[in-house]
Write a protein that binds this ligand. Structure first.
Ligand SMILES: [Fe+2]
Length: 476
């Protein structure tokens, strides 16, 4: 028995009485559309545009059910805010993989947490395996669905139709291309991104201009390069956090999924590589052994002291969660906590942990990307949340200067998802949350200065969407 012929599907079916499992179901339709939807409260007049979100959604196909929550094909959701109403459209990204597996009626290729023997990263073109399922980014007039090891996919921002692999004007493919590009860190709308290839132990760095021209595409050999999901960018520097979860080729050869082909080696600590964007000079620092989640923002002062926030977890056992939830299993273990880091040349890094803020999905005002900032919005887990309930129930606002937290609780039966800044002067935060008992996805609008007061408006979809990952707001 394997994930391909139904053992995970069976385990999940047996636990579907738990309301939260609705977040890991596969949508009945590959294309969804509804609206205009009824609004509770009042939508701000200046909130005109589209919230795009992406996330793994094809969790089941044929007899198979994926083993990990990050494996499913990406589905883009578009929530359009116009004239006081909201509509929703959802479409799977038509990657090569999606089309081939749709035609076959079964999974054909390995994914992050589910191995198909003989169809792995070692012998398959990575874009044949590309599920385009982690983030949605809008840059230079283009909507991109991003994965991590492969290329970006371009979508039509209006219809969400898939245009195909995106390489801009580059002779080389832009891959690997992480799901976390940073836009506007120099104030001109440039996009910086990276890609980590632990198989080749090669780090790629990209810069696209505000009009989408490729200005930088460089590859660096880095010893023992682990898989990396996010990074930090300041005016003059790129900061990479290398967790001690090292790729093990032998495990992949032996048939383990890529996500299980790592070794936790805490004695290495977290290596920090800082690259100067002006000279490509490299500096290394050392941090404690952490599983690195997301970076909210980073900046440097006139003395080039670099400061950033990151959700980091010293307890690697939380890594098992992504496999467990696909079987309908969850028991809470310590998740990542808000951590502030200061890097000063010639000194050991300074670290401040905020254990009272266990959370994820840190987001900042995009106008402050790479600059001095105060506020990070994130989802948070309140200490009273039942241990059998996964993820986060709160939206929190964290002040990195004061170390203070303001939060709004959706409820123990809810799962809060990433909320992003939107509207004129980034005054609003918009995002989704899943009401697991009512089986409805709810879009909320908060005043970013008064998160604790709760949403100023909410819109309830007539259905539940699978839990997503990252998104962006495009003002129109
Ligand atoms: Fe991410």
């Amino acid at each position: 028995m394997s994930w391909q012929d139904g053992d995970i599907k069976k385990a999940f079916q047996a636990r579907r009485h738990k309301p939260w499992t609705v977040g890991y179901e596969t949508p009945v339709s590959a294309d969804m559309q509804t609206g205009p939807l009824e609004v509770t409260g009042k939508l701000p007049k200046d909130l005109q545009g589209v919230l795009y979100r992406n996330g793994p959604a094809m969790h089941d196909r044929g007899a198979g059910r994926y083993a990990h929550k990050w494996d499913g094909d990406g589905m883009i959701q578009a929530f359009r805010f116009a004239d006081g109403t909201v509509t929703h459209t959802g479409r799977f990204v038509r990657t090569k993989k999606f089309q081939a597996e749709e035609a076959a009626g079964e999974y054909l290729l390995s994914a992050f947490g589910s191995a198909v023997p003989g169809k792995t990263e070692l012998n398959t073109d990575i874009d044949e395996m590309n599920s385009a399922n982690l983030s949605a980014v809008y840059h230079a007039g283009r909507l991109l669905a991003l994965w991590e090891p492969g290329s970006p996919h371009e979508l039509d921002p209006e219809t969400l139709e898939t245009k195909g692999i995106y390489r801009a004007d580059s002779p080389e493919l832009l891959r690997p291309f992480s799901a976390h590009p940073k836009i506007g860190t120099n104030g001109h709308g440039d996009l910086w991104n990276f890609g980590s290839d632990p198989i080749a132990s090669e780090l790629s760095v990209y810069k696209l201009s505000a009009t989408g021209a490729v200005k930088v595409c460089r590859r660096f050999a880095v010893k023992d390069l682990p898989p990396m999901h996010d990074f930090a960018v300041t005016r003059n520097h790129l900061v990479f956090l290398l967790p001690p979860a090292l790729f093990d080729r032998e495990k992949l050869i032996a048939g383990k999924a890529f996500g299980l082909s790592v070794n936790w080696t805490p004695e290495l600590g977290t290596r920090v590589l800082v690259i100067d964007k002006r000279s490509w000079e490299q500096t290394w620092y050392q941090l404690p052994a952490w599983i690195i989640h997301h970076v909210g923002n980073a900046w440097e002062d006139d003395d080039e002291v670099i400061r950033f926030d990151v959700f980091a977890n010293a307890e690697p056992q939380a890594m098992a969660t992504g496999w467990n939830v696909m079987r309908g299993k969850y028991v809470h273990v310590q998740g990542p906590v808000m951590t502030l880091v200061e890097l000063r040349a010639g000194r050991s890094p300074q670290v401040t942990r905020f254990d009272t803020l266990e959370g994820e999905f840190p987001v900042i005002d995009p106008a402050l990307s790479g600059r001095d900032y105060e506020q990070v919005l994130c989802v948070a887990r309140n200490p009273g949340r039942p241990s059998g309930m996964p993820d986060w129930g709160d939206l929190a606002s964290f002040d990195v200067k004061q170390g203070t937290i303001q939060s709004y609780g959706f409820g123990d039966d809810w799962i809060a998802e990433e909320h992003v800044y939107a509207g004129r002067n980034s005054q609003w935060a918009v995002g989704t949350a899943l009401d697991t008992v009512q089986r409805r996805t709810v879009i909320s609008v908060f005043n970013v200065h008064h998160v604790g007061d709760g949403p100023v408006a909410q819109v309830r979809l007539p259905y539940a969407l699978p839990l997503g990952v990252h998104g962006t707001f495009r003002a129109v």
